[in-house]
Each structure stands twice: as C-alpha cells, then as structure tokens.
Ligand binder design. Structure first.
Ligand SMILES: *Cc1c(COP(=O)(O)O)cnc(C)c1O
Length: 371
C-alpha cells in the first residue's frame, strides 16, 4: 500500500455483534446473516468465515455470483439469495446448492425441470409483498401462485418471507404487516401448504419487534455494529474503520480559498493538511465542508469540497501535526469517535450507503478475533 488509505475490519466486534443477536432471539430461531454487496463493504469472505465459525445458520446474499463465491470459499451453511434471478440461471442453484427466492412461476418451472433432470429436490423460499412494493406478489394476489408452486414435485417450499419498508418510522404499519403475514401463513396452512421457515425481521425488526422474529431472522446492519435507528440502546460494536494519512501540510493566509469552487475561505491564517481519500474512494462529495476527521487527540473539520482522491482538513495552528500522521475518517481512537451514522447524517444519506459504497479498491486489513 503506497497510497495511504485503508479499511480496518474488526472481526472480533463482528463476532460479538452476532452473539448479541443470538441472545436477542429464541434459541430455536435461525439466523440468516446478510453478507450481500461485499458484506456491506466489509469484505464478504473474511466476514462470512468469521460468522460461520460463530454459528451462523444461513447466509443471505444478493446474487447467485455472491453465493458461488461463498461456496468456492468453503462456506458449507445453507445460502439464500435475497433477489430474483433470470430463469436461464436456474441451474446454478442446483449446481452450487443454493436456495433461491422464488417470485414467479416461470423461474420455478425452469428450476423444477432442471432439478428433475438431476433427480434433486431443491429447497426454495417464497417472497411475498406485504407493503414493501418490491419483489414478490402482493400477498392477496399470491395465493394461486403458491398453490401452483406447491405442485412442483422437485421443489421443496422451505421458507416464506416478507420485508419491512418502514420499521424504523411506522410502527403501526409494521405491526399490521406482521399481522398480515401471520394470517397469510395460517390461511395457507388451512389449505395444507406449510413452510418450515417464516421470516421477516431485518435489523430493526430484530431489535424493536420481537413478534416479528418467527423462527428465522435476517440481520444485516447490526452485524456490522451500525444502528438502524438512533433510538436503539443496544451495544453493537462498530466493525469498520476508514483511515488515511496526511500527505502534505501548508500554511495559508487569511482570505485564501481551499478546494474547488472556493466554498471554504480562511477567516484567519491557518494550516491545511491534505489527506489521501476522496469521493472516488466512496467518501461522499456531500461531506464537503461538513464532515470532521480525527488526528491525534482532536477532531478537525474538512476545509472545502471533497475531491476525487483528496480531502483537505483545517488543522489550525497545531505544529505537532505532520505529513505521515494518521487520519481517522470513520472509527474510534482515544475516546474520539466518528461513526458511519455520523457520516450519513452529515452527507444527508443512510449509513448503509456509506459503508457499502466504500470502494472495493481500498485494501481491507482484518483483525481476527481472539480464541
Ligand atoms: C439486506 C436485507 C436484509 C438486511 O437488512 P438490514 O436492515 O441491514 O438488517 C434483510 N432482508 C432482506 C431481504 C435484505 O435484502
């Protein structure tokens, strides 16, 4: 690493967050750890290996490619893809022993045909919509679809699930989704259609809606130590830090501008440190003139706009800060803390986008758990 920009991933914190989730749900409840999009930017394989060792029951991925990557790295647990896949790729689910999310009959028919050819029974999870408006038929339109699915001889209806769009902001709506899902499952049971697993809880569901746990939950954000809502009072530990170094320091005079569009103008003589991180690394441009970083024992403000691969920081009159000093963009050190939630708030976005948007070209350095 010559350009000084890296991500530190604390796998011990990840393991501890998994254990916290384990305690929040009933012992019989299965945990699907969500590792899609490079485990929210943390790096899928080391994260998956740590969670497998910690006792994860299932892995949730966003694509069949991610599932194959897990298999090629010796992850043995059941894997569920949480998105829809074109019919022509149905065969991969059999070849790599991966559970698909089924949302339409043509995919199911293709999968059933491929499974029959290989004399296999493929477990699938059916997704229904109870208010997200995304994948899956709206539940009231889904009965016939599920009756048809139940006829396929080589598919096993292992799971049924739904997803919350607004569990952090709309309690009544979310409770009514849980009710609807319960009734839906009961009606199917009355028709003789049962599923081994029922699931709907994402992170916020797990921490804030115990009645949404059923017998399977799907945590993402809280695994990575990020809170889905500021109100939550649980101690999840941040897993990711983003760090860089100062590559240049100079004095500027009162009235001089810093960076593009000169939105930052020095009110008095000061020193500006240039740091090797920018928006092409996933440090959002929207943080321009708003974010803070930590250097040594203090917070310092960004000066002006975020550039493609640089930011500038106003370090005032500090004469102990020099080229080569470490700069923490996300992370905690000496009682100072900058979280992904802080960056999201400053940038007007959500912490999911902050961590998953960190460029894959940034080297990840893994700190392994003890024991
Ligand atoms: C990503 C994802 C999750 C995890 O959501 P968090 O809010 O990060 O806990 C759960 N379910 C589905 C279907 C997902 O795609």
């Amino acid at each position: 690493m010559i350009r000084p920009l890296w991500i530190e991933v604390d796998l011990g914190a990840l393991k501890s967050n998994f254990q916290t989730i384990r305690k929040l749900v009933e012992p019989k409840t299965k945990i699907v750890v969500t590792v899609k999009q490079s485990a929210y930017g943390h790096g899928m394989i080391p994260v998956a290996q740590t969670l497998a060792a910690a006792g994860a029951d299932f892995f949730g991925v966003g694509s069949i490619e991610e599932a194959i990557q897990l298999r090629e790295n010796k992850i043995k647990q059941p894997i569920l893809t949480l998105s829809a896949v074109f019919d022509k790729f149905a065969e991969y689910f059999i070849r790599y022993n991966v559970r698909p999310t089924v949302v339409d009959l043509s995919f199911a028919a293709r999968l059933n045909k491929e499974a029959a050819k290989k004399k296999r029974i493929v477990p699938v999870h059916v997704k229904v919509d109870t208010g997200m408006g995304r994948l899956g038929l709206y539940y009231s339109d889904a009965y016939d679809f599920i009756y048809e699915l139940a006829k396929f001889k080589n598919l096993y209806l292992e799971g049924i699930y739904t997803h919350f769009p607004a569990a952090d902001t709309e309690r009544e709506f979310t409770n009514s989704q849980i009710d609807t899902f319960n009734k839906f499952i009961k009606e199917l049971e009355e028709k003789g259609i049962t599923f081994k697993f029922h699931h709907c809880a994402n992170s916020i569901g797990i921490v804030d809606y115990p009645e949404s746990h059923f017998n399977m939950v799907r945590p993402g954000l809280i695994l990575y130590g990020i809170k889905p809502s500021a109100k939550i009072n649980l101690s999840f530990k941040p897993v990711l830090s983003l760090k860089s170094k100062i590559i240049f320091v100079k004095q500027i005079k009162k009235g001089m501008g810093v960076s593009y569009a000169r939105v930052y103008v020095a009110k008095k003589p000061t020193q500006i440190a240039t740091v090797a991180a920018g928006y092409a690394d996933g440090y959002p441009w929207a943080l321009s003139n708003r974010a803070k970083v930590t250097i040594k024992d203090s917070y310092f403000p960004l000066a002006g706009r975020v550039c493609m691969d640089h930011i500038m920081v106003d370090i005032g009159s500090r004469n102990d800060i020099k080229v080569g000093d470490e700069v923490v963009l996300i992370g905690q050190k000496k009682g100072l803390k900058i979280s992904a939630e802080d960056l999201a708030q400053w940038a007007g976005t959500i912490p999911y986008e902050i961590v998953s948007g960190l460029s894959s070209h940034i080297p990840r350095v893994y700190k392994h758990p003890r024991g």
